[in-house]
Ligand binder design. Structure first.
Ligand code: PRP
Ligand code: URA
Length: 208
């Protein structure tokens, strides 16, 4: 699958085991999602361009680096919020926009209820965050919105992806790089990922 990167790492595998486990508490679920998100952040940012910058150490002048482009994180509410701190841990000066989408439980189509991002996104590295990529409806809707703002460098980062969701993004937005911690088997008849981890929003916020 082009532009689809599975971040295969032992630390992710052991943390996925924690968040999949139905007996994991809300507290541990949240902390673990943050930790996985930080590892994903390392991978997503691997090829971000750098600009040289002259600095002085206590001993002499030298050349250092800074990220060339502003990073903008855009979590898809609610569950995407759980990934934000893991990214901010590594990129503390990132700006944060928000997209509110909720799946209609029957049609599985996303309904938009909130949208607020920084005005200037054209030259930023824009990272959409949502732990679950199921049918791909929410992801495609969010990408449609972001692209209307002229974004060129766009990444979709999830924790658990389903094949049908990945294919849907790739068909409609083949230019968007998708990162996932794991590719799961399939969806059930209610649109939940199997084996998955259940409802990520409910597990993050304790609303089960
Ligand atoms: C979940 C999840 C994604 C969406 C994925 O959100 O966080 O946004 O479902 O499903 P899809 O790929 O089929 O669109 P949900 O609608 O449950 O909202 P929540 O985060 O507020 O719980
Ligand atoms: N949204 C979730 O939170 N979990 C799934 O398995 C599918 C969509």
């Amino acid at each position: 699958m082009n532009n689809f990167i599975i971040v295969d790492h032992p630390l992710i595998k052991k943390d996925l085991t924690i968040i999949r486990d139905v007996n994991t508490s809300t507290e541990i679920f949240r902390i673990t999602v943050e930790r996985i998100s930080s590892i994903l952040c390392v991978e997503v940012s691997k090829n971000f361009p750098l600009t040289e910058k002259e600095i002085e150490t206590p001993l002499e002048k030298t050349i250092g680096f800074e990220l060339s482009r502003q990073v903008v994180l855009i979590p898809i509410l609610r569950a995407g919020l759980g990934m934000v701190n893991g990214f901010l841990e590594l990129i503390p000066n990132a700006k944060v926009g928000h997209i509110g989408l909720q799946r209609n439980e029957e049609t599985l189509e996303p309904i938009e209820y909130y949208f607020k991002t920084p005005q200037q996104l054209e030259n930023s590295e824009v990272i959409l965050l949502d732990p679950m990529l199921a049918t791909g409806g929410s992801a495609v809707e969010a990408i449609n919105y972001i692209k209307k703002r002229g974004v060129k460098n766009l990444y979709f980062v999830c924790i658990v992806a389903a094949p049908v969701g990945v294919e849907r993004i790739q068909k409609i937005h083949p230019d968007v790089k998708i990162f996932a911690a794991v590719l799961d088997r399939q969806l059930n008849d209610k649109g939940y990922i199997l084996p998955g981890l259940g409802d990520a929003g409910d597990r993050t916020f304790g609303t089960l």
